[in-house]
Design a protein. Structure first.
Length: 69
């Protein structure tokens, strides 16, 4: 029985994690993404535009839960 050929994707995230727009290097190509999931763009301006539209719709970051003491 032959094993199916699998492909490996390497994700390298550069910059601060708290930044809304992230720079991603995937298999040697550079992409930009607003937030931690969603569409990836070739141009940073497109990711910024998406973030502006999301914020205009009323998106607010959820507060982190405080640890119990």
């Amino acid at each position: 029985m032959n094993k199916p050929k699998t492909s490996t994707h390497v994700f390298i995230v550069e910059g601060e994690i708290n930044m809304p727009v992230r720079k991603l290097n995937i298999n040697g190509e550079t992409f930009y993404q607003w937030g931690s999931s969603g569409k990836m763009y070739k141009k940073k301006e497109d990711a910024d535009r998406q973030g502006t539209a999301i914020l205009a719709q009323g998106y607010k970051k959820k507060p982190r839960p405080r640890p119990k003491q």
